[in-house]
Write a protein that binds this ligand. Structure first.
Ligand SMILES: [Fe+2]
Ligand SMILES: [Fe+2]
Length: 316
């Protein structure tokens, strides 16, 4: 059972809350119970590799997460802009949930980025490059394209979460419990709103070729951003030119290509809808524990063990 029992003995940095989205969309909504307040704490002695036995994976994951404070406000702006032409009350309700959840994700990941920048001072500049590219997209790209990009990125996130949960014994076995707790929370809410961007894209545009292009562009830019940040962090660590590091990076790349790309191909089926795929049972475990009132500020990967077996036995 997740507890905060050992928290009392360590020094923690309360996550500094950055201002909410400049768009002003992240308004509090008393009805929206799904926008959870966890009160994450990052310990002062957080290791720079949050999976100490997997420095390359740690940096790949940290780089993926580092882009979120730029990406998630872009998704909110895009989906909210589309909301003006939608009159389906249920979809509008879902959009509201999407906006509130993504705003909180961006806020928590900004705090994580601030911690990372203490070890890797060039990271904020790399984040700014992403933010500037997204700003240009907001100004110059059509709403339909931005929705396709958003929907494609949300599909990448959703399938990545499923892959990571399945493979956590390989990559996340010794994940730092406060960072892992943040990942579980974010993963659970991504799974909850997995269909929203897709449904909005289909409602506003629905063009199949644009949908496919949105996925391809989201994948290419994500890999490019991730590679640059990862290389920089491994260079600061003094590892980038070491043969074992290069081997580990190659192996990581191969594992993700083999594990993730086939999952993403389903997005290209004309009849695809995110609801067609079963969600990771580990995240249902997290949702149930949250609903039961557990302290989920610290979660170790082993706490999730058994969630898959339990879900199989209850579904019989
Ligand atoms: Fe998110
Ligand atoms: Fe999302």
């Amino acid at each position: 059972m997740p507890t905060g029992g050992h928290i009392a003995n360590r020094r923690f940095r309360r996550v500094r809350l950055s201002p909410l989205m400049q768009s002003g969309l992240a308004t509090q909504d008393a009805e929206d119970w799904r926008a959870r307040q966890i009160g994450f704490l990052l310990p002062d002695d957080l290791p720079r590799h949050f999976c100490p036995s997997q420095p390359e994976f740690s940096h790949a994951a940290a780089a993926f997460l580092a882009a979120l404070p730029s990406l998630e406000p872009y998704f909110i702006r895009t989906v909210q802009e589309a909301a003006a032409s939608i009159d389906d009350p249920e979809l509008l309700r879902q959009i509201k949930m999407f906006n509130v959840q993504e705003a909180r994700h961006a806020r928590e990941h900004r705090a994580m980025n601030a911690w990372l920048a203490r070890h890797y001072p060039e990271l904020p500049r790399l984040e700014r490059v992403i933010a500037e590219r997204l700003d240009r997209s907001l100004k110059h790209d059509s709403l339909a394209y931005r929705l396709a990009y958003t929907s494609g990125y949300e599909a990448i996130t959703y399938h990545l979460i499923g892959f990571m949960m399945e493979q956590r014994a390989t990559w996340l076995a010794d994940a730092e419990p406060h960072v892992f707790a943040l990942l579980c929370w974010h993963g659970a809410e991504e799974v909850e709103h997995k269909s929203v961007a897709f449904d909005v894209f289909q409602r506003v545009c629905g063009n199949y070729r644009l949908r496919a292009r949105g996925l391809a562009d989201a994948l290419v830019t994500t890999v490019k951003d991730l590679r640059g940040m990862m290389r920089y962090m491994l260079t600061v660590d003094g590892r980038w030119h070491q043969p074992d590091c290069r081997r580990a990076v190659r192996s990581l790349r191969l594992s993700f290509a083999r594990g993730l790309l086939p999952r993403l191909l389903v997005y290209l089926r004309p009849s695809y809808h995110p609801s067609q795929y079963p969600d990771p049972p580990e995240l249902q475990w997290w949702i149930d524990r949250y609903a039961a009132g557990d302290d989920l500020r610290s979660v170790s990967p082993t706490m999730l063990d058994g969630a898959r077996a339990r879900s199989t036995s209850t579904s019989r």
